[in-house]
Design a protein around this ligand. Structure first.
Ligand code: NAD
Length: 469
C-alpha cells in the first residue's frame, strides 16, 4: 500500500487523497491543536447568548443565505464529494439537492415546531412549554454524505439557537474547508459555526470540553464510546449510528425487474456505504435461485469507474482501510462455507479503493458478513421458509436502523412493518427520505432522531412554566 493509500493523520496534518484516482494527493489540512479546540468551544460559548437573543426570524434569515450559496456552488460541492470520498457524480448531485431540500424544509418549519405551546389555560393561570436551545453543540460526523451531514447534524440546532463546534471525518477535510469558506460568506455571526479538523483523537479532545449536546453520526463502536464520555457529565446526545438492515422477500412477492433493481441499489448505491443500506437479503427459499441470478446479471452490467465521470454507476470505497476491512469480512465468510456468486475482487484496470459488487450466498449466522455491519459493496443472502423465521432473521442483528419489506400481501406487509425492529421501514416503490421524516435507529443503531419535527426538539431543552395570570 502506498504512503498515500490511507488518509493520513500525521499528528499535525491530514493528507487528503483521492480514492478514485490511485490515491493521488489532493491537499493537506492542519489538525486542530488542543488549544485551538478549546478556543473554538470558547468562541461558540461566547456567541451563544447573542445568537439566541437574536430571535428565530433573524437566525432563519442568516441560514437562508446558505441556499443560494449552495445552489451557486453546487458544481464545486459535487466535484469535491466525488473526488475526495469517491461518490459517483450523479449521486453526489442528488445528495447536494437533498441537502438543499432538507435545509429549505427546516427553514419553512422552524417557526411552527419551535413555537411555545400552551399546555393548560384557565381564568387564573397558564402553563406553557418552551423549546430553549441547549447551548453549545458538538457535531461529530462521518464522511459518507458530506453536505447533508452539515444540514442534518447542525442546521436544526442552529435554528433553535444553539452554536456549534463541528468535526467532519478525517476522510473529507478539504470538503469541510470549502464548506467553511461558504459559511463565512453569510451573515451568520462569528463564533456561531466553528470547525475543527482531525481524526478520532481530535473528536475525543472536543469531548474533554464543556458541551451542552453532542450530535454524533458514525459507527456504533465510536458512538458507544461517545455515549460513555458524555455520560460522565450528563451531556445529552443524539447518536446516528451503523446498520445492517434486512430486506425480506416473501413467498408471494413477484420477482420483477423493479424488485431486482430496488434491491440492488438499496445495497450497492455509494458502493454500499449507506448507513441504512440493505445489507442482509432474506429471501423465501422458492425465490432464491431466480432472484440471485437476476441480481448477479444486473450487478455484472453495472459500470464501475471514476466517480467524476457522469456515466459511472459505482465508484470506489472511501479509503483503502474500508476495502481491507470488507475483504477480511468476506474471507471469514468463505472460510466458513459461503459462496461468492459474483465479485469478490478488485476490478482490473482501476487504481484506487475499488471493489466489484459482490453477492454472497450460503451465509450462516456465525459469519462476520451477517453479524457485523459491512460498509462496502457486498450483499449477504440467506433463505427462510416461514414468516416467523423471516422476522427472526431480520431482527437477528445488533442494529435496527431500517428495513425493506417485499410482499404482495397487505396483511403480511402490515405484520412485518410491525414486527421488524427498526427506525425506518419501507416497501417496494415507497421511500422514507423526506425532510419531514425523523431518521434514527433502534438498538445499536442509535439514540434520538435527526430531521422532521423531532429533529428540532432533540436540540432543545424543554421548559414548562406555570404562572398566575
Ligand atoms: P467512525 O465512527 O469511524 O467516525 C465517525 C466520526 O467520529 C469521524 O469524524 C471520526 O473522526 C470521529 N471519531 C472517531 N473516533 C472518535 C473518538 N474516539 N472520539 C470522538 N470522535 C471520534 O465512522 P465512519 O467510518 O466515519 O463512518 C461510517 C459509519 O457511520 C458507518 O457505521 C455508518 O453506518 C455510520 N453512519 C451512520 C449514519 C446515520 O445517520 N445513522 C449516517 C452516516 C454514517
Amino acid at each position: 500500500m502506498s504512503q498515500a493509500a490511507l488518509k493520513q493523520d500525521t499528528q499535525d496534518r491530514i493528507i487528503s487523497t483521492s480514492p478514485g484516482n490511485g490515491y493521488a494527493v489532493l491537499g493537506e489540512v492542519d489538525v486542530s491543536s488542543p488549544a485551538e479546540i478549546k478556543e473554538k468551544v470558547a468562541l461558540a460559548r461566547k456567541a451563544q447568548q447573542s445568537w439566541e437573543d437574536m430571535g428565530l426570524e433573524k437566525r432563519m434569515a442568516c441560514l437562508r443565505e446558505l441556499i443560494p450559496l449552495f445552489e451557486k456552488n453546487k458544481g464545486e460541492f459535487v466535484k469535491r464529494t466525488s473526488e475526495e470520498m469517491g461518490m459517483p457524480h450523479g449521486l453526489s448531485t442528488n445528495l447536494v439537492d437533498g441537502a438543499i431540500e432538507q435545509l429549505t424544509w427546516n427553514l419553512e418549519n422552524a417557526t411552527k415546531y419551535l413555537a411555545t405551546e400552551t399546555l393548560h389555560e384557565d381564568d387564573a393561570e397558564i402553563t406553557e412549554m418552551t423549546y430553549e436551545p441547549r447551548g453549545v453543540m458538538a457535531c461529530i460526523v462521518a464522511w459518507n454524505f458530506p453536505l447533508p451531514n452539515f444540514v442534518w447534524s447542525a442546521s436544526q440546532g442552529l435554528l433553535a439557537g444553539n452554536t456549534i463546534v463541528m468535526k467532519y471525518s478525517e476522510e473529507v477535510p478539504l470538503f469541510c474547508k470549502f464548506l467553511e469558506t461558504i459559511i463565512a460568506q453569510t451573515s451568520i455571526p462569528k463564533g456561531v459555526v466553528n470547525f475543527i479538523y482531525g481524526s478520532g483523537k481530535t473528536g475525543d479532545a472536543l469531548l474533554d470540553e464543556k458541551l451542552d449536546f453532542v450530535s454524533f453520526t458514525g459507527s456504533s463502536q465510536t458512538g458507544g464510546h461517545i455515549y460513555k464520555r458524555a455520560a460522565e457529565s450528563f451531556t445529552p446526545v443524539a447518536l446516528e449510528l451503523g446498520g445492517s438492515s434486512p430486506g425480506i422477500v416473501f413467498e408471494d412477492c413477484e420477482i420483477t425487474d423493479e424488485l431486482v433493481e430496488a434491491i440492488f441499489w438499496q445495497r450497492f448505491l455509494n458502493s454500499g456505504q449507506f448507513c441504512d443500506g440493505l445489507k442482509r437479503l432474506i429471501v423465501h427459499k422458492s425465490h432464491h435461485d431466480e432472484l440471485v441470478k437476476k441480481l448477479v446479471d444486473f450487478a455484472k452490467a453495472r459500470k464501475v469507474g471514476n466517480p467524476l465521470n457522469t456515466e459511472t454507476e459505482l465508484g470506489p470505497l472511501v479509503a483503502e482501510r474500508q476495502v481491507l476491512k470488507m475483504e477480511e469480512q468476506i474471507k471469514d465468510a468463505i472460510k466458513k462455507g459461503a459462496k461468492i456468486v459474483c465479485g469478490g475482487q478488485k476490478p482490473t484496470g482501476l487504481s484506487g479503493a475499488y471493489y466489484e459488487p459482490t453477492i454472497i450466498t450460503n451465509v450462516t449466522r456465525d459469519m462476520r458478513v451477517w453479524s457485523e455491519e459491512v460498509f462496502g459493496p457486498a450483499l449477504a443472502v440467506v433463505t427462510f421458509e416461514t414468516y416467523e423465521e423471516a422476522i427472526e432473521l431480520g431482527n437477528d442483528t445488533p442494529y435496527g436502523l431500517s428495513g425493506f419489506i417485499y410482499t404482495n400481501s397487505k396483511e403480511t406487509e402490515k405484520k412485518a412493518l410491525r414486527d421488524i425492529q427498526a427506525g425506518s421501514l419501507t416497501t417496494l416503490g415507497a421511500h422514507y427520505y423526506r425532510p419531514q421524516n425523523p431518521f434514527g435507529g433502534y438498538k445499536a443503531s442509535g439514540i434520538g432522531r435527526q430531521g422532521g419535527k423531532i429533529g428540532f426538539h432533540e436540540t432543545c431543552q424543554i421548559k414548562v412554566t406555570s404562572r398566575k395570570k
